[in-house]
Structures are given as structure tokens and as C-alpha cells.
Design a binder for this molecule. Structure first.
Ligand code: SF4
Length: 379
């Protein structure tokens, strides 16, 4: 039976972080119940599809899934546990934000099969957390992290951000050094991007955002790499680090361009080389599910050529790179022939390197990764 990843979207947050353009909404407590009911209907609608697969990873993301009360989350988890076929060693993650977790919730997650907690933290300094619109303090995070351990979570991811307004390199160092002391199994470390339609975009346009320079941003990137690898984290993807064997199974599905099914508001799926996305308007999503209508839109049906092109630029995000032999065998193609021109150019410019069956980004290639990925886009 084919394996697949399952993504479940919970689009609720306490308030909106200043940099966030995710599909998340605050002040919608009155919708929690009708949203969960609608999501169960979506699961029922997808029952036949889901029955064709065995689930190898589940990611409940958001938004802030840990904001949902146990009574609501229980409806989702009960449905999953009763109706879906899951792999024995399934990775089952829930995203959370400090300040929204307590012992009761954590124990309930663990009892319901969730075995990985992903915590959005971002920075060690309370003044930075305030300046980026986070609702929690450093102490809230440390308390929640320790509680998750105490309850029994053996696999914890921490999300960090650098290149933040008014953040110094020393503050970034302090963040990294303190996180390392807590010893999570996985750390994601992303550079701030100013996205359209965010509070930061409006401030940026008015010249009111003091961001680290491009040079400082790169220094912060390499500082993370240095500190984390010295502390036994494997740098396995451009922005992700893990202890041995703790790479994120779910994210690997995306980077390897494998199949996944998304459930929930605006959730994306990729099955049979077809990308679909669910309705993004909350009222429409709930209304349509209540009357039994389909709620997804087909965005793209990939040809083999575009599927391979995606495998290239997604796979190159992995530090290990692309296993050319594996791709050739899986898709009955000759990668080195298809991308002869691009590989020659990029290897010549020392942006890519080929060693044995692997093609991967050089350090210079990592710095200029978007430029490299562009070369593999289909014109
Ligand atoms: S908690 Fe996450 S999803 Fe919610 S507003 Fe902040 S960044 Fe966005």
C-alpha cells in the first residue's frame, strides 16, 4: 500500500504576529466548533481517497492548533485514530505556541498518539518577541518546553527566526546557545521575510523597520550552522537541523516531492501529480461542507517534466542533495541529460557540486539558492 503524509490545518491564533502571512485568524472563538465539525465532514468526504493509503506522517499545523480546547481537538483525533490506517512508526506532530500549552493538553496529545511537538519560539529576548508581535515570553517557552519533556515528549522541534528588526548578532547567539542547552531534537531556523499584507510590510514601506543588513543576515545564518553543528545537530536542509535520526519525516515528504493530503481551510494536497487547494474563505469552507459540496480547487496537473523540475529544486534544499540514481530509476529518466546545460553552468559557477550519485548545493549555492532553483524551473 502506498504511503502518504497527512496535513491538518487549524487556522486559529490568539492574535496575528507582525510578520505572518499564513492562513490564520484571530478572534474567531465562535467558529471553533463549526470549523471542527466541517473538517470532520471533509475527512468523511475524503474517506475513500484516504483508505487507499497508509499514513506515514501527520502534521497538525496552523495557525496555533494548541489553542483549540481539548474537547474540539478530541473530535479530530478520535476521527483519525478510528478511521485512518497509520504506520506503526508514524511521525505525528502538532504545532504549538508557548502560552497555549498546559499539562492536561500535553498529556491528552500524548495519549492520543501525537509523538512530536513543534514549538514556535523565535527569539530568546522578550523585547524582540514583543517587537514581532508574539504573545508569549521567553519564560513561557521554557516552562512549556520543560513541561512537554516532563509529560513524556521525546521529539520536540523549536522554530527560531533571525534577521529580525533590531536583533543583534549577539542576541541571535544568545538564542542559539540557550536553545542548545534545552536540547530539542529538531531546530528550524528561518530568516525573516517581509511578506505582503502584513504589519511588517506596512511598516517597511514607511521606512519604520530597522532590519539587519544582508551581510549581518548571512552572518546569522552561518552562526546558526556553526553553533548547531558543534552541538551535534545535523544540518540536513537549508534551514533545518536535527539530532541523528530526527529529521522531520513530514517535511521530507515536501522536499522529496512525495504525495500528501491536506485537510482544512486552504490546505493543499499533491496526489497523482495533481496539486489542489481547499477553499480559503472560512464561511465558504464551512457552508460548502455542510451541504456536501466539494471544497477543493485543482491548481495544477503536473506533466512528468514539471514534476521532475519540482523534484530538482525541492530536493536541492536538502544538504545531502538529490540522489540522481534514485530519481532516474523511479521516473525512468536521465537527469544528467535533461539538465545537462544547467548542471554544467551551475557546477562551473561553483554553485552546485556532484559527488557520486548526489548533486548538491555548495556553500555559495546555499547563499544563492533562489538563483539555482530558478535554473530548474520550466520555462
Ligand atoms: S502564531 Fe504562527 S500562524 Fe499564528 S499569527 Fe503567529 S506566525 Fe502566524
Amino acid at each position: 500500500m502506498k504511503e502518504i503524509g497527512l496535513y491538518i490545518h487549524i487556522p486559529f491564533c490568539h492574535s496575528k504576529c507582525f510578520y505572518c502571512d499564513f492562513n490564520s485568524h484571530s478572534n474567531m472563538e465562535d467558529r471553533w466548533s463549526s470549523y471542527v465539525e466541517a473538517m470532520i465532514k471533509e475527512f468523511q468526504m475524503k474517506k475513500e481517497l484516504l483508505s487507499q493509503y497508509i499514513i506515514k506522517s501527520i502534521f497538525i499545523g496552523g495557525g496555533t492548533p494548541s489553542l483549540l480546547p481539548i474537547t474540539q481537538m478530541k473530535k479530530i483525533l478520535d476521527y483519525i485514530n478510528i478511521n485512518l490506517k497509520m504506520k506503526k512508526d508514524l511521525e505525528f506532530t502538532i504545532e504549538s505556541n508557548p502560552g497555549t500549552l498546559d499539562r492536561e493538553k500535553l498529556e491528552f496529545y500524548l495519549e492520543s498518539g501525537i509523538n512530536r511537538i513543534s514549538m514556535g519560539f523565535q527569539a530568546w529576548q522578550d523585547h524582540i518577541l514583543r517587537e514581532i508581535g508574539r504573545i508569549h515570553t521567553k519564560d513561557d517557552f521554557v516552562q512549556n518546553f520543560k513541561l512537554a519533556r516532563e509529560v513524556g515528549f521525546k521529539n520536540i522541534n523549536v522554530d527560531l527566526m533571525f534577521g529580525l528588526p533590531n536583533q543583534t548578532i549577539e542576541e541571535w547567539r544568545e538564542t542559539l546557545e540557550n536553545i542548545v542547552k534545552l536540547n530539542p531534537e529538531h531546530i528550524s531556523s528561518y530568516s525573516l521575510k517581509i511578506e505582503d499584507n502584513t504589519i511588517f510590510a506596512r511598516k517597511y514601506d514607511k521606512g519604520l523597520l530597522k532590519l539587519p543588513s544582508e551581510e549581518e543576515d548571512r552572518k546569522m545564518y552561518y552562526l546558526a550552522k556553526d553553533i548547531l553543528t558543534k552541538n551535534n545537530y545535523i544540518h540536513y536542509e537549508i534551514s533545518n537541523f536535527s539530532k541523528n535520526t530526527y529529521e522531520s519525516v513530514h517535511n521530507m515528504i515536501y522536499w522529496k516531492n512525495h504525495e500528501y493530503i491536506g485537510v482544512g481551510l486552504g490546505a493543499h494536497s499533491y496526489i497523482n501529480k495533481t496539486r489542489t487547494s481547499n477553499l480559503i474563505d472560512m464561511n465558504e469552507y464551512i457552508k460548502n461542507l455542510n451541504i456536501g459540496n466539494e471544497i477543493h480547487i485543482v491548481e495544477e496537473v503536473n506533466s512528468m517534466k514539471s514534476h521532475i523540475s519540482e523534484c530538482m529544486f525541492l530536493g536541492l534544499r536538502l544538504v545531502k542533495g538529490i540522489n540522481i540514481h534514485e530519481l532516474n530509476e523511479k521516473y525512468k529518466v536521465d537527469i544528467e541529460k535533461i539538465y545537462e546545460k544547467q548542471m554544467k553552468k551551475l557546477i562551473g559557477e561553483k554553485l552546485l557540486k556532484k559527488e557520486g550519485k548526489y548533486l548538491f548545493l555548495t556553500p555559495k549555492g546555499i547563499d544563492l539558492s533562489n538563483q539555482v532553483f530558478m535554473e530548474f524551473l520550466i520555462e
